[in-house]
Design a protein around this ligand. Structure first.
Ligand SMILES: C[S@@+](CC[C@H](N)C(=O)[O-])C[C@H]1O[C@@H](n2cnc3c(N)ncnc32)[C@H](O)[C@@H]1O
Length: 641
């Protein structure tokens, strides 16, 4: 141990030799939500809440029942530490390390009012502490344990384990895995929502290794989270792969957007172009997601249905799913290629057991028996290599969803424009129909997103509206085609949904879109009929919000703004029914906000969508302009070029 520097005033009192006592109870580390700081930091930062320091005991004195220690921290800073009203049976020994919770720094040193705020660590307690938490003794193993917790998303536990390694490392001055542990612990803090604390840990990493790219990137993300795009940008830019790594490029654009947004200086087109020129992005890396509360059970409506086993607030993302099967380009079930389609699916079922298993779990028209028979049926059919084509057809008839696959990328990244297509989405296919649905869904390309439209009670069935009701006859036909009995309370036709005057015109637009050979036709059509646009605008404001969403989606996929604006007309006219619950901009914003908070789906993408949305509306608000006009101006400006 080093000599005490002269400037430390030691307290000379009568010497007291405490009896050596074993600690019987294993102390738990009281630091689950606390931050390790050093004495220097403590001097700068007088707020002692939720902090702890670690010091080593050099000398012990007593005065009445107060214990006076001389201690030093890892950085060899010496100071006095007074523990008021110390219980004499709890004695510290020279060279013990003390974990001191919430230290109060006074002129003459640290005062501890509550002796429980101090825990001594000697070899014995240290071992006990580690064993009690993890059954691991070695710090490297301990770190592995932390990693395991992290993988299981048990961030609190991971945090504690990493903290222990950090303490161990400080004590033993090994510096062995300190860098990794701080880095990992920073991630835990981030996940737990302690962003500033995460930044502090990352500073520790960068102190040890200024080149640690992971830490730089993570710190930048923290700054973004704290709405500090300038610092975030600097950090992202300092990364060597800031032009090639798609995540970083993406983040840099996001910084740009946020900076422009905060300064009120928005030039959306140039931002879009900048983004679009940089790189293309795909939705391929989004994993399927299904809310943990969803259960499949018997439904009063017939057959099985999906229920939630906990209350679900409005706006919760319940399902994010890729199609388990989708029909090839330009095909729908109504076409003459139908038999080929079923044959194709049949082959897939024969070759891919998992696919077949899922397929046969779907409703096959035989309400009561469908699921009961699955297992034996499936096994039998596979054994004999017979997958009945009629059954495949049935499954498709009752489960397929249509979606507007406006464009896709071919393998060599060419854009292809497609007509409406159909596919099977596994989870959505298990949801029953209602005209008063509690969920709604929409597609980003072929990616399905299902969101709760109301607060849903525990054990309530989730219900979706199968078709937008256009008129009584069509509605009845829809129900019939779905094998749904007309007397169902939940499926009664609502007189309010009469065919409106705009309907025929809208239909004409749809038809034009569908039959036009190329996009110029559509441009001419919409431009020469501004009244229709005006009418649609008045009647269905929500569809403009749909454009915002589509705009953002297209940022990832479309190179040429022109085409994308043209395509919007197809999207907007056809798809606005998917937002029956969003009747205002505010509603839609709420929806976006909630979606962006969905932990499990690709946050960046949804955040990005959200931000572009804000920018567009933000600009309109700044200019005191109708935001819908703005979106339209944007579209027309581009089209005229
Ligand atoms: C996509 S499936 C839904 C899941 C299905 N109930 C099952 O058992 O797997 C569609 C079928 O469910 C039934 N169904 C859905 N909604 C219904 C409703 N509101 N009333 C009666 N039956 C309904 C109809 O038989 C319909 O053809």
């Amino acid at each position: 141990m080093a000599n005490i520097p002269a400037h430390v005033i030691t307290i000379h009192s009568q010497k007291y030799d405490p009896p050596l006592q074993k600690i019987e109870k294993t102390p738990k580390l009281p630091i689950s939500e606390m931050k390790l700081i050093d004495v220097e930091e403590l001097m700068e930062n007088k707020n002692m809440n939720n902090q702890y320091i670690i010091v080593q005991v050099y000398q012990i004195d007593w005065k009445n029942s107060n214990q006076y220690l001389i201690v030093r921290d890892f950085n060899e800073i010496w100071l006095n530490l007074t523990i008021m009203e110390q219980n004499k049976s709890c004695n510290y020994q020279i060279n013990d390390w003390l974990i001191v919770k919430n230290p109060i720094l006074m002129e003459f040193g640290i005062i501890i009012q509550d002796q429980l705020d101090v825990i001594a660590i000697n070899e014995f307690t240290y071992q006990a502490m580690i064993n009690s938490e993890t059954d691991q003794t070695e710090p490297i193993q301990l770190k592995e344990k932390g990693n395991q917790y992290f993988k299981l998303q048990q961030y609190r536990l991971a945090y504690e384990v990493y903290s222990m390694v950090i303490i161990y490392d400080h004590i033993n001055k090994t510096n062995l895995i300190l860098e990794q542990c701080y880095n990992n612990r920073a991630q835990c803090l981030y996940q737990l929502g302690y962003i500033q604390e995460s930044i502090d840990d990352l500073n520790q990493v960068l102190k040890l290794n200024p080149q640690n790219e992971k830490a730089i990137q993570r710190q930048a993300l923290c700054y973004l989270k704290l709405q500090n795009p300038n610092d975030a940008k600097k950090l992202f830019e300092s990364l060597p792969n800031n032009k090639t790594d798609k995540d970083i490029v993406f983040k840099l654009v996001e910084c740009e957007l946020m900076i422009k947004h905060q300064s009120g200086n928005i030039d959306l087109i140039s931002i879009l172009n900048q983004f679009v020129n940089q790189q293309q992005f795909y939705f391929e890396n989004i994993n399927n997601y299904r809310h943990k509360s969803i259960e499949r059970k018997k439904s009063n409506l017939g057959g099985l249905g999906l229920f939630v086993n906990q209350p679900i607030p409005k706006g919760t993302v319940l399902i994010v799913e890729h199609p388990m099967h989708k029909i090839q380009e330009n095909q729908t079930l109504g076409t003459h290629q139908r038999d080929n389609i079923y044959e194709e699916i049949r082959q897939k079922a024969i070759n891919d057991k998992q696919f077949a298993e899922r397929l046969f779990k779907l409703y096959d028209g035989s309400n009561n028996y469908a699921v009961k028979l699955i297992k034996q049926d499936f096994e039998y059919q596979l054994q004999n290599y017979i997958v009945d084509i009629n059954r495949i057809e049935n499954i498709f008839r009752y489960n397929a969803h249509a979606f507007q696959l406006l464009k896709v990328f071919t393998k060599n990244k060419q854009i292809k424009y497609l007509d409406q297509s159909e596919g099977l989405w596994f989870t959505l296919s298990q949801v029953n129909h209602s005209l008063t649905p509690n969920i709604f869904y929409y597609f980003l390309g072929e990616l399905l997103i299902v969101v709760s439209a109301k607060n849903i009670e525990k054990d309530e069935e989730i219900l979706v509206q199968y078709h937008p009701p256009l008129n009584q006859k069509e509605y009845q036909n829809n129900l019939k085609s779905h094998n749904i009995p007309m007397d169902q309370r939940l499926v009664q036709y609502n007189q309010q949904w009469k065919m409106d005057d705009n309907f025929n015109e809208i239909k004409t637009i749809i038809k034009t879109v569908k039959t036009s050979k190329n996009l110029t036709d559509l441009t001419t059509y919409t431009l020469s009929n501004p009244n229709i646009i005006q009418q649609i605008k008045e009647k269905y404001p929500i569809k403009y919000l749909k454009i915002v969403q589509q705009v953002c989606f297209d940022l990832f996929q479309v190179k040429r703004i022109k085409e994308y604006i043209n395509l919007k007309f197809q999207g907007l006219v056809f798809q606005f029914d998917h937002y029956p619950q969003c009747s205002s901009i505010q509603d839609f914003f709420m929806f976006l906000t909630v979606v962006s908070q969905g932990q499990e789906i690709e946050k960046e993408i949804v955040n990005f969508i959200f931000k572009v949305g804000i920018l567009m509306f933000g600009e309109a608000f700044l200019k005191n302009q109708n935001s819908e006009d703005l979106i339209f101006q944007l579209g027309f400006k581009q089209m005229k070029k």
